[in-house]
Design a binder for this molecule. Sequence first.
Ligand SMILES: C[S@@+](CC[C@H](N)C(=O)[O-])C[C@H]1O[C@@H](n2cnc3c(N)ncnc32)[C@H](O)[C@@H]1O
Length: 194
Amino acid sequence: MSLSFLILSSTIRSSTYKTIKSVVGGMERLDVFSRCLLNLVRWNRRMDRDINLLIYMSHLEEQKVLIIPISDKIDSIQNEIDSTHILLDILSSPKEYNAEYNDKSFEQLLNDLAIDSAIFYLTPEGLFIDEQKEFLQTNHSLCFVLGSQHDLTEEQERQMSAVNYIPISLGDKNYLASHVITIVCNHLSYLNDT
Ligand SMILES: C[S@@+](CC[C@H](N)C(=O)[O-])C[C@H]1O[C@@H](n2cnc3c(N)ncnc32)[C@H](O)[C@@H]1O
């Protein structure tokens, strides 16, 4: 059973020179993703699923996805500094972590994912997650799409309709992307136990 989180970023670049100091200073808002990576590594220790972090780089000069399997290779991550170090390493040497870049449009990526995954779009305007219990339990592979420091643009929301997706809400509050991951994983682990 696979579980993927597809997070869009218009700021992350694949080949710019970045250091821990520049990331902590907010460069390309990579900090958002190092927190997501840290949370996913922690959930990977508790859940029996193949977890992937998919970063879609929507910057005009990028238009690519970086697929990061949350595997034993990155299980040493204990805190945000570790996850920032590893993320910088993955961006420059993806193969060492079984990660890969794929050049494709967001729409094409969605179409490819929809072949074997149910797609959920995380938005406060969606259907309440508690009411999707059956669908979340029965689907083999799940992919949750969410924004990073920004929501999806209107154009990206329009492109979402290329696939049959279910809009999912976690309530009225606006959560950080890393918190959204934790809430969804917590929900799924509860479903597995029932
Ligand atoms: C930090 S938020 C994006 C910016 C934020 N909406 C703002 O106003 O500053 C990150 C993403 O998490 C998801 N999200 C946040 N709160 C949510 C909620 N209550 N229900 C579902 N998804 C949520 C959305 O996909 C959102 O784009």
